[in-house]
Design a binder for this molecule. Structure first.
Ligand SMILES: Nc1nc2c(ncn2[C@@H]2O[C@H](COP(=O)(O)OP(=O)(O)OP(=O)(O)O)[C@@H](O)[C@H]2O)c(=O)[nH]1
Ligand SMILES: [Mg+2]
Ligand SMILES: [Zn+2]
Length: 347
């Protein structure tokens, strides 16, 4: 059992009774020697093969245990709670991912999906309580896309919160806020200007609206930032942390698009409580949502089509049409799939 002090340190990182139960169950199945060597840690950084993890003993690097003792063991994502085994003289090994409280994932499409093989879903962040969907009052603003994000966040088990950043770009934020309100009556909306000193804003408007976001960061709460590249997720992160921890980058003048400055996911502990995950900008990739999940079989078939851009109508070598002819797929379901695909294709 962790000591009272250790427990409090873990709780500050988002630990709770559900994780404690799962951890104790896993630990009880280990040999007495192994039991001595394991501790719970949270994944705070993900590189290709290594994971930055944090527990009561601070931060360290860890790798996945080689021959996984569990079939279908999960790959840890940022925010996951894992069982870490430390042995003297070697780096830590992650033995297990504890069951997630929430899972925010996206569907992998196109080339990325093909590279990932059978894995059609990528977990963006785990055990997140609140997801800040960040947009800005410029070319990024797209209500349909924002609505898909809201649905995807709700689907994950987390609560979506909308943030209109770069409010300093316009004297009147009201019109944009009205638009955001149309996404749903119960949605919390924050209007912020995260940039510490902006040339456009000589009026000392810096840090506007940040207190409202800060109020969401109560001890143990995990908040993740999502949105297009360039909307100011890392700038917001730095403003909330009170230090320039995350690199930020200029947006292209021509189309106001960001340059994908943030390339990996990091979980930060916020002074005063709460945890914050800064994510890379979401590219034009379908967020894992109910639509996509419902058509998993058809998506798998579509991946077999001869042409990558197959419309599943008259193309030779179309696996979807073949399944239709074989009676494995109904015409109605195919029509619904194609309607969804057209919608998803616009992202
Ligand atoms: N005017 C204005 N500019 C901002 C504001 N917040 C961020 N910016 C600027 O927007 C640009 C992009 O900011 P980032 O924080 O790097 O954006 P990001 O969302 O993290 O982008 P990626 O990491 O590429 O996904 C930078 O030049 C910021 O200075 C704001 O409130 N107002
Ligand atoms: Mg960034
Ligand atoms: Zn086809």
């Amino acid at each position: 059992m962790p000591s009272e002090l250790d427990l409090r340190a873990l709780e500050a990182l988002g630990w709770g009774p559900d994780f404690e139960d799962a951890y104790q169950t896993f630990r009880a199945a280990l040999s007495p020697g192994e039991q001595e060597r394991v501790t719970p840690v949270r994944v705070v950084g993900v590189q290709r093969q290594t994971f930055q993890v944090r527990g009561v003993d601070g931060e360290q690097e860890a790798r996945l245990a080689g021959a996984s003792r569990h079939n279908g063991a999960l790959t840890p994502a940022i925010g996951d709670w894992c069982v870490l085994e430390t042995a003297s003289g070697s780096s830590g090994r992650l033995l297990e991912v504890l069951p997630r409280r929430t899972t925010f994932a996206r569907a992998l499409g196109g080339e990325e999906g093909k590279r990932a093989g059978a894995v059609r879903q990528q977990v963006i962040a785990a055990n997140v309580d609140l997801v800040l969907i960040v947009t800005s009052p410029d070319l990024d603003f797209d209500l349909e896309r924002l609505e898909r994000y809201v649905l995807a966040v709700q689907h994950s088990g987390a609560r979506p919160v909308l943030v209109l950043n770069k409010a300093d770009l316009h004297a009147q934020a009201d019109w944009w806020v009205e638009q955001l309100r149309s996404l749903g009556p119960g949605l919390e909306i924050h209007v912020t200007s995260a940039q510490a000193s902006s040339e456009q804003d000589a009026g000392g408007n810096q840090g506007e609206g940040l207190d409202g976001v800060r109020a969401l960061l109560t001890p143990g709460v995990t908040l993740a930032l999502i949105g297009s590249s360039g909307v100011g997720k890392s700038t917001l992160t730095n403003a909330l942390l009170g230090r320039p921890a995350a690199p930020t980058g200029e947006v292209r003048a021509s189309d106001q698009q960001g340059r994908h400055t943030t390339t990996s996911r990091t979980l930060y502990a916020v002074p005063g409580g709460g945890l914050l995950i800064d994510n890379p900008g979401l590219r034009d990739i379908a967020v894992w949502d109910a639509d996509a999940a419902d058509f998993e079989d058809l998506e798998a078939l579509a991946a077999e089509c001869r042409f990558r851009k197959c419309t599943h109508t008259t193309e030779p070598g179309c696996a979807v049409q073949a399944a239709l002819r074989a009676g494995e797929v109904s015409a109605a379901r195919l029509a619904a799939f194609q309607k969804g695909a057209a919608r998803r294709g616009r992202r």
